[in-house]
Design a protein around this ligand. Structure first.
Ligand code: NYM
Ligand code: MG
Length: 221
């Protein structure tokens, strides 16, 4: 049996440079003759993804539980194809994953309250239990100042300073729990120049992308 591909997740706040870093990493892997592909969540092309897209653009309203479960379902509909690609030796770079799912939902607060959660953290985590677990999750940690200077946030739901601050706090908790469960969680200072961020990312993945002997783990299992 040959080695399987590496499953690399890139996470972070909006405007943290995830998509740029993911694309640069893909090019570098392809230049190094590593079989690799880039996927992203939400995958807005599927039927579920279109519902998510419409919600994010505020073209539709959905109950907070419903949208949380749709984001998770959007991952589950791709889960078996992720497993298959990894088994065939292809490395996957994934722009956002279940960690964004928890962070953005669990950071929602009840209307009229300052900090009382709308959705329970453990409840937010549960629908993603059993998904393919990444071999490494790289969290691009950007400060509000730098994120704003990058052109500010767009028009989409969640792209507001107070939301992003709460989301970051939940990401910290998620990282601690992922590490506690044996996962690899790397926080990278995303205020640095793109080249410097890429150097840190490359250093963290360069051995993984040679292929992995061990089995693919299940998330939060
Ligand atoms: N988002 C993303 C969630 O709220 N839950 C999830 O499970 C995922 C994957 O969607 N603000 C949020 C985070 C982003 C938004 O992502 C769209 P992007 O990477 O800007 O397309
Ligand atoms: Mg965005």
């Amino acid at each position: 049996m040959g080695k399987r591909g590496a499953f690399i997740v890139i996470e972070g706040l909006d405007k943290s440079g995830k998509s740029t870093q993911a694309a640069t990493l893909l090019r570098r892997l392809q230049d190094s003759q590593v079989s690799a592909k880039l996927i992203k969540f939400p995958d807005r092309t599927t039927t579920i993804g279109k519902m998510v897209d419409s919600y994010l653009r505020s073209e539709s309203e959905l109950d907070d539980h419903v949208i949380h479960l749709l984001f998770s379902a959007n991952r589950w509909e791709l889960a078996s194809s992720i497993e298959e690609s990894l088994k065939q030796g292809e490395t996957i770079i994934c722009d956002r994953y279940a960690f964004s799912g928890i962070a953005f939902s669990a950071s929602k607060i009840r209307p009229g309250s300052h900090s009382y959660p709308l959705l329970d953290y453990a409840w937010c985590r549960s629908p993603d239990i059993g998904l393919p677990a990444p071999d490494i999750a790289i969290m691009l940690d950007v400060s509000q100042d730098v994120a704003q200077a990058r052109g500010g946030y767009g028009e989409e739901r969640y792209e507001k300073e107070d939301v992003q601050r709460r989301v970051r706090d939940v990401f910290v908790r998620i990282g601690e729990e992922f590490e506690g469960s044996g996962g690899k969680w790397l926080v990278v200072d995303a205020d640095e120049k793109p080249d410097e961020v890429q150097t840190v990312i490359w250093d963290a993945v360069k051995d993984l992308v040679k292929g992995i002997e061990g089995p693919l783990e299940k998330l939060w299992d």
